[in-house]
Design a protein around this ligand. Sequence first.
Ligand code: SF4
Length: 169
Amino acid sequence: MDRILISACLLGRPVRYDGAGKRLDDPRLERWQAEGRLVPVCPELMGDLSVPRPAAEIVGGSGADVLAGRARVVTVTGEDVTAAFVAGAEAALEYARRSGCVYALLIDRSPSCGSLSIYDGSFSGRRLEGAGVTAALLAAHGIGVFADHDIDRLAKIVDVGLLREPDAG
Ligand code: SF4
């Protein structure tokens, strides 16, 4: 059975920077949880950050750039938290591998979990295309990463097995 790493806040766990969760109400999540597919993780807590914590954004690029040493993660108060974000991403990858996760469903726009878009580092609400640090690391190691608003596509793969069909287009 394919297991799915999932942002813990999507299950309502209060791990976000502001101390809240961001539950995704979707019957497929409930079913996948009952089937034992879901592996909740919060990379930022795994990187030893606390709840609550100052909001952070990637400055100078995307998560891949952070992993390559070309960009930093900085809080709204100006603290460089790059090392914690990279440590959290590595811990999440290790946990995903140990747990047998093939896919990840991650909340978009987070500097860790964003997979399609992230904020641009100006703390002004502007977004750019790109992935956060954890999403980039997972994808680079062959885990199929999906944004929360892209759950339909993940469900087609998990529940219908589209990617596993040899002649799937
Ligand atoms: Fe949610 Fe990911 Fe941010 Fe943790 S790091 S609070 S799981 S979006």
